[in-house]
Each structure stands twice: as structure tokens, then as C-alpha cells.
Design a protein around this ligand. Structure first.
Ligand SMILES: Nc1ncnc2c1ncn2[C@@H]1O[C@H](COP(=O)(O)OP(=O)(O)OP(=O)(O)O)[C@@H](O)[C@H]1O
Ligand SMILES: [Mg+2]
Length: 331
């Protein structure tokens, strides 16, 4: 990463984490998960709509400039403006990209009509985008991320107060979710290291087959603690603050539900991090029907099984503070 932009991102992340008056700002909830089609946009649309229905002011932001479809999930058929205008520097004021949706209190920033040649913002613009998203005058900002572990996706994920990982009970999704958590963890760690040398070691460790033989974050921690105890302490703090939230979607069996707990324990064992299992959403044919109707499930079929679980997760998010605090709770 360009060091200057990296430093700015680092400072922004630190500022956001330490800001005392943060509660007055929007709470930014980024939703990713590595794999495509696992239900990220469906979940964003429904959690955002649930909180809006409870009377909170919510903006759902489509962060997927190359596969935008969140607008459809929240009932906006042809967005007249979108993040693409911000990327192309046609619009500097993010507030002007906010569109109303048919759901009271729920607004949208779409991502349609991106420039196929240059769909992604430059790094410095990305930093600006993230800063401005947090400054929107609402209670919650949901950021729907695209699939994959591209640096842009990971940066959006890291900057959130809450980073939610959506997983479905399939080996491919689980694999990609680990890859996603791993990528986010190392990237955050590299930004947290103040010393150039330690940052370099983190970069080496990001290659799974690196010659130093560092295979896990815990091995990396040991190496850094030996070389530089101050950075070692910073490492431990970063591990503590990194708390991805897990949602298992498309659950069909009791065994599927347990997946969240097993991912939690793998995160603890291999990454030394405490993931939180936010909850699960069962497989429900009405989910597809709601997408076809271009309305959130909780709006069109509020009594369906999946809608009930989604509302439960929304209430849980609401009841909790931000990711830096300690949350214990049952599923
Ligand atoms: N719990 C569920 N039960 C049944 N179908 C579901 C459920 N969750 C999602 N789906 C279906 O899966 C489809 C894909 O979901 P969605 O578009 O939200 O995935 P995504 O992770 O955002 O994909 P992408 O990475 O391509 O953006 C939805 O349109 C919906 O029909
Ligand atoms: Mg999506």
C-alpha cells in the first residue's frame, strides 16, 4: 500500500476507535464475507429495514461498485445518482447521493452505473469516502460489501464499528470466510505496527508459505514480541480490538447452527481473536420471493421464519455497543 495513504488510513482508524464523542455519530456496520451469493445484500437490506422500522434513521450503502444490487433489495428501481458519481468526482457531497426508499427512515446510497474502465475509487478517495460515511447525520450506516478480499473491500470492513461476516453452511463459504477474516486481520495489524521493520515482518507473514516459517498470527506475535516488545503489546491490543461478528445464513439443520460456534473457536485458536456469533437466519423460500418483490423480507413477510431471526439480530445489534466493547450473549 502507498505508505502515505496507509498512514492516513491508520490515523483515521485510530481516531475512529478513540473518539470520545463517537456515539453522536452514525454507527457504521460493514457487512462482508468473502464469498458471493451468501446473502450479504439480503441481510443488509433486512437489518437496515428492521432498525428503520424501529424508528432509527438508517442509510444502507451499496459498497459493491462492480455488482450493485442493494437498491433492488430495498425497492429503489432506478437510482438517479450513485456512489459512481463520487468515484468519478462528479459529486463531492456524499449527502447529495442519498435517496429515499419506500421504507420510512430508510435511505440508500446506491452503487449503480459505475464506470467500467475505473469502477473503484482511488485509495485517497476511499479514505475520504469512509470518513464521510461516518459523518452522515443518521443513527446507522450499513455498508454492503462485494465478494472477495480485495484491499478496498477489506478497508471498508476494517473501518466499520462493526464488521459482520456472513457465512452459509457450505465448505466453500466457510473457506472464504476464513480467508476474509485472515485478510482483514493482517491488514489491520500491518496498519497498527508503527515500526517499518515490524510492518515488513507482517507483510512477510501475509504470504502463507513465507520463508520465515510464520504460519499463524500467534506465531507472528511470538516473533514480534521477541524482536520488539512494544510492538508486541500493540499487536495484542489489535487482536483484542478486532472482533468480527458472524451471521450464519441459509440454515437448514441444527448442525448448521453450530457452525457459528465452531468458527468462533477456530478464530480463537488460530488467530487469537474473539469473534462474536451474532445469530443465524434459516433458509426460507420467502426470502427469494421478497427479493423478487423488490422489498425486504421483514417488510413483505414480517411473520416469516427468516424475518423473525433477522429482527432478532437487528435487536441484538441495537442492544450492543460497538465492536471494541465486550459483548457476551446467547444465540
Ligand atoms: N435465508 C435465506 N433463505 C433463502 N434464500 C436466501 C436466504 N438468504 C439469501 N437468499 C437468496 O440468495 C440470494 C443471494 O443473496 P444476496 O444477493 O444477498 O447475496 P450476496 O452475498 O449479496 O451476493 P454478492 O456477493 O453477489 O453481492 C438472494 O437473492 C435470495 O434470493
Ligand atoms: Mg450483494
Amino acid at each position: 500500500m502507498n505508505t502515505r495513504v496507509g498512514d492516513r488510513l491508520n490515523k483515521l482508524a485510530a481516531k475512529i476507535r478513540n473518539e470520545p464523542g463517537r456515539s453522536r455519530r452514525a454507527r457504521l456496520i460493514a457487512v462482508g464475507g468473502g464469498k458471493g451469493g451468501v446473502g450479504k445484500s439480503f441481510i443488509v437490506a433486512n437489518l437496515a429495514a428492521s432498525l428503520a422500522r424501529m424508528g432509527h434513521r438508517v442509510v444502507a450503502v451499496d459498497g459493491d461498485l462492480e455488482g450493485a444490487n442493494l437498491h433492488t433489495c430495498v425497492g429503489v428501481s432506478k437510482p438517479r445518482v450513485s456512489l459512481a458519481d463520487f468515484v468519478a468526482q462528479r459529486e463531492e457531497d456524499l449527502g447529495k447521493l442519498i435517496l429515499d426508499t419506500p421504507i420510512p427512515n430508510l435511505q440508500l446510497i446506491a452503487a449503480t452505473d459505475g464506470n467500467l474502465a475505473t469502477p473503484q475509487p482511488t485509495q485517497s478517495r476511499r479514505v475520504r469516502l469512509m470518513r464521510e460515511l461516518r459523518e452522515l447525520d443518521v443513527d446507522f450506516v450499513f455498508l454492503d460489501l462485494g465478494a472477495g478480499t480485495h484491499a478496498a473491500v477489506i478497508d471498508y470492513f476494517m473501518i466499520g464499528d462493526d464488521g459482520v461476516v456472513v457465512i452459509t453452511p457450505e465448505p466453500t463459504s466457510v473457506e472464504n470466510a476464513y480467508g476474509f477474516v485472515r485478510a482483514a486481520f493482517y491488514r489491520r495489524l500491518r496498519l497498527a505496527m508503527a515500526s517499518h521493520d515490524m510492518r515488513k515482518i507482517v507483510t512477510i507473514a501475509m504470504d502463507q508459505r513465507n520463508e520465515r516459517g510464520i504460519r499463524t498470527p500467534l506465531e507472528l506475535l511470538r516473533e514480534i514480541q521477541t524482536l520488539d516488545p512494544i510492538e508486541g503489546r500493540r499487536f495484542v491490543e489489535t487482536m483484542r480490538a478486532f472482533r468480527p461478528r458472524l451471521i450464519v445464513n441459509d440454515v437448514r439443520t441444527a448442525e448448521d447452527i453450530k457452525l457459528g460456534f465452531s468458527i468462533q473457536s477456530v478464530c480463537r485458536k488460530f488467530f487469537g481473536i474473539e469473534a462474536e456469533y451474532l445469530g443465524y437466519v434459516n433458509h426460507d423460500e420467502l426470502a427469494r420471493r421478497s427479493v423478487r418483490a423488490k422489498r425486504p423480507l421483514i417488510d413483505v413477510y414480517p411473520r416469516s421464519d427468516a424475518a423473525i431471526y433477522l429482527s432478532r439480530i437487528a435487536r441484538k445489534l441495537l442492544a450492543e455497543g460497538t465492536a471494541d466493547q465486550s459483548h457476551e450473549g446467547s444465540i
